[in-house]
Design a protein around this ligand. Structure first.
Ligand SMILES: [Zn+2]
Length: 289
């Protein structure tokens, strides 16, 4: 959301919700990037921004923003700035705090009220018996039940890179058939979708990247999103699902996602928030570094 304010783009709920293309929100289930309307050029973006700036009242600015999705930004003072191409799809919020929690809550039903007890929830994902490397972020022992609280981004990463795939495969291997073919098929499709998401994340969050990494990420992410629509036909995709399909462009243009993701900035924000500034901005900033 911060990048949208800085770059002069409108919010996630707007018609033109994406800063990197002009796909209208109503077409969010279109998973074929090749068919998406191209982004605005710098000239087109600037024309909308200037028209917004020249609007005579806040009301008319709001109407202009709703119609065209662009407001003026001070970044336009930089003649070389490219609004669409240089707006990052940021991996921590889109994937680690976006897609993974959505998958767990909306599609697997974890952390939902229909898991009756903490014991059953723990049993479900097998967290208690998991032995993990010391560098990997551990999960709350009661993960999977409503009381586990808010997970951090690196814990969500652990969930999808390790715990869920392993637990679901274990569940699939040990579970007896229900005798209901439809139910068994549904479970298989959910397991397959989860593994596709895990594979996409493994390729996307690799510390190395290449055209091959971008292509593999795109393949698994597209198959994951397609399967969501098929397995859960009433599910409405969210802006993060669309943004996730822009990640290959980011990998190719800016390199591994570690270079552009928000961990470092979030850490600085956390430190700034814990400081007592006494409303004297600038008085303490030099002692901070
Ligand atoms: Zn887009």
């Amino acid at each position: 959301m911060a990048s949208k304010k800085v770059t002069g783009n409108c919010g996630h709920g707007s018609k033109f919700f994406c800063s990197r293309c002009r796909l209208p929100r109503i077409s969010i289930h279109n998973l074929q990037p090749a068919t998406w309307p191209r982004p605005l050029t710098r000239t087109e973006h600037e024309a909308f921004a200037n028209a917004w700036k020249a609007s005579p009242s806040k009301n008319s600015q709001a109407k202009h923003l709703k119609l065209y999705g662009i407001r003026w930004s001070a970044l336009l003072l930089l003649s070389y700035w490219q609004p669409a191409a240089w707006t990052i799809t940021e991996a921590v919020h889109v994937i680690l705090l976006g897609l993974i929690p959505r998958h767990c809550r909306d599609l697997l039903g974890l952390n939902m009220k229909d898991l009756p007890t903490e014991e059953e929830a723990v049993e479900e994902v097998g967290i208690r018996d998991t032995k993990r490397p010391s560098w990997q972020a551990g999960l709350p022992l009661n993960f999977g039940c409503p009381e586990h609280g808010k997970l951090k981004a690196d814990q969500w990463r652990t969930v999808m890179e390790f715990d869920l795939p392993v637990s679901l495969i274990q569940l699939k291997a040990t579970r007896k058939s229900s005798g209901n073919v439809q139910e068994d098929e549904h479970l298989q499709k959910v397991v397959d979708a989860t593994l596709d998401l895990a594979m996409a994340i493994a390729w996307g969050l690799s510390r190395r990247t290449s055209a091959h990494h971008a292509e593999r990420y795109q393949f698994y992410m597209q198959r994951y999103l397609t399967s969501i629509i098929l397995v859960f036909p009433n599910y409405k995709l969210k802006p993060n699902h669309h943004y996730a399909l822009h990640i290959p462009d980011i990998l190719l243009a800016f390199g591994p996602l570690h270079g552009t993701w928000a961990f470092s900035m979030e850490r600085i924000i956390g430190r700034l928030q814990s400081l007592n500034s006494n409303s004297k901005i600038g008085a303490w900033i030099w002692t901070f570094y």
